[in-house]
Design a protein around this ligand. Sequence first.
Ligand code: ADX
Length: 203
Amino acid sequence: MATKSENIFTVAHRVSQEDRVKANRHRGGILWFTGLSGAGKSTLAIDLERALFAERYQVYTLDGDNVRQGLSADLGFSPEDRAENIRRVGEVAALFAEAGFVVITAFISPYRADRERIRAAHPKYFNEIFINAPLEVCEARDSKGLYRRARAGELKEFTGVSAPYEPPLAPELELRTAEKPVQACVDELIAFVERRLSFEGGY
Ligand code: ADX
């Protein structure tokens, strides 16, 4: 996004990336979960966060339902509002990653262009992880009762029912949650983090 303000001067930090990586014993990065409501994004994010924390990772989860009560409280579900939601979260996640954290983001983020914008802005940090479950499975789970309400016409622009979901074309990782138990998915995610964000990988 173009910077609107003028006369902006970047302030240089005197704690380097290298300092942070050495202190944390791992690199910072973003694990960008994308998938339908009910696909398992939040469940996996929260379990992964606990598992990584237990392994002494600096880790934090940003979740759609939480962020929409604060940072994005002014946004709804139109394509424009979702784009702005995802832009904000992408920038916050990149700041966390710069601070040395493994950031897990759990947002439907249904539009490919919105996700690709974050990848382009923060290629060093961005890892797209497709939490893939068929719509029928998500709808059968309907843990929040939202699919039923969307089918009844009470919820507008509901992803998968009356708004699109554009699946990733080349995600760094795909987890088919309808075919795999939660713990197996978490184990795959931990292995991914160990590979991608290990201390040995440099800064
Ligand atoms: S996103 O599209 O902008 O990425 P986000 O992940 O923040 O969405 O929020 C999705 C959550 O908002 C869902 O888990 C659901 O609980 C709730 N929600 C309410 N209305 C809608 C809607 N129309 N479409 C999708 N999710 C909705």
